[in-house]
Design a protein around this ligand. Structure first.
Ligand SMILES: *Cc1c(COP(=O)(O)O)cnc(C)c1O
Length: 375
């Protein structure tokens, strides 16, 4: 993938906002609680290495990523703090993780046995976190017998350092706590079965922490909050109030590369879904769905100069067109996504428009867009 350095389109990230969001969360932690910054998926599209470096400055104690390669990227960049891979890593890569001091998630007893086979022979100890499936239905132990057997397997086993045990909530961002509480109870049950002694027992994601769910967690896996976004984003219900001040960090900015007038009856874009009913001024913006700005954004209003202008015609792969209220110069600034949470083109409003969540809108922004950092 080639980042487009010679095209006027980029994702801007306000690093002061990133640091401030983490600092606010650290002040909000329970006594003794640590913050692990979740920087999976290229830090939710913000750029993993740079965000991790800022997170260290702001006081993060460690990191969570989704896949081993993301952890290795951080190690290559000189990040020495603990890193936990949250997804399932194939046993054959366990030695690579161990050699780099990267912690892996244990989904099952079979996985442990396969890893043991792979580690045997080389003098490596792997740091692990036991995952408990308390109701997410995704990964981890869900049967007492298997969890007990894993504990027996790990007792006095020199190939493993049981650093943690965790679970993940399906609905910590919901006003109704019933399912959440069921998961807490299920996890508490598994904690009682422990024979090994993990240093960190953790459950909190951003939502559980900022909505004050008040459950025991030695560390908070702080993800969406880093980026200044309310985890309860949902197109159909209002956001729950967050206990800390969050400031969105990301904006997506381009500029007009062409402005021209089309006449009555002329169409715009593939399929001519927009037909001018009179003379209209059309501006062309050099970004499209290949940049992660999906076709569903047709009709969404983005800011051109000082005006909010609708995207007309279908979003193309690499370009899109806007309807301008008056003649504007080539080079006029275009803000597709604003970091101002009150703006009509905030990432939350953009996500609502395409029936999604801001997590997804941010993650979709492609590597072709350079990330530019300020503050
Ligand atoms: C992604 C993820 C998180 C972070 O979630 P946020 O809602 O972004 O805070 C925490 N824990 C696990 C297991 C995850 O997969």
């Amino acid at each position: 993938m080639v980042p487009g350095f010679h095209r006027p389109a980029a994702v801007y990230v306000d690093l002061a906002a990133i640091r401030q969001n983490i600092e606010q969360e650290i002040k909000h932690l329970q006594p003794g609680q640590k913050l692990f910054a979740v920087v999976k998926a290229n830090a939710y599209g913000h750029g993993a290495v740079r965000i991790a470096q800022e997170a260290v400055k702001a006081g993060a104690s460690g990191f969570c990523v989704a896949i081993l390669d993301e952890a290795l990227e951080l190690r290559r960049a000189g990040i020495i703090a603990p890193i936990l891979v949250l997804g399932v890593t194939q046993p054959e890569y366990a030695a690579l993780a161990a050699a780099n001091g990267i912690s892996l998630t244990v989904p099952s007893l079979k996985w442990l046995k396969d890893v043991q086979t792979n580690l045997a022979g080389n003098n490596l100890q792997l740091k692990i976190h036991l995952a408990v499936d308390s109701g997410m239905g995704r990964i981890g132990f869900s049967e007492d017998s298997e969890f007990n057997a894993a504990n027996d397997f790990l007792l006095n086993n020199p190939n493993f350092d049981v650093e943690g045990m965790f679970t993940h909530f399906a609905s910590a961002d919901s006003a109704d706590d019933t399912y959440f509480q069921g998961q807490v109870d299920r996890f508490t049950h598994f904690k009682k079965l422990l024979k090994v002694k993990p240093r960190w027992i953790h459950v909190d994601n951003t939502a559980a922490s900022v909505f004050n769910k008040k459950v025991h967690s030695d560390l908070v896996r702080f993800g969406i909050g880093i980026y200044g976004l309310n985890p309860s984003s949902n197109p159909t219900s209002p956001d729950l109030p967050v206990q800390i001040k969050l400031k969105p960090a990301l904006s997506f900015v381009s500029e007009l590369v062409q402005v021209h007038t089309i006449h009555q009856g002329q169409g715009v874009g593939y399929g001519s879904t927009y037909i001018a009913d009179k003379d209209q001024i059309i501006g062309t913006v050099p970004v499209g769905y290949a940049d992660g700005f999906i076709r569903k954004f047709q009709g969404f209003k983005i800011k051109v100069g000082n005006e909010f202008c609708p995207i007309v015609g279908r979003v193309c792969m690499d370009q899109l067109m806007v309807l301008l209220p008056y003649e504007m110069a080539v080079g006029t600034k275009v803000v597709l996504i604003s970091n101002n949470p009150a703006a009509p083109n905030s990432i939350k409003k953009a996500a609502d428009y395409v029936d999604s969540i801001h997590y997804e809108v941010a993650c979709l922004l492609d590597d072709r867009l350079p990330r530019k950092y300020y503050n």
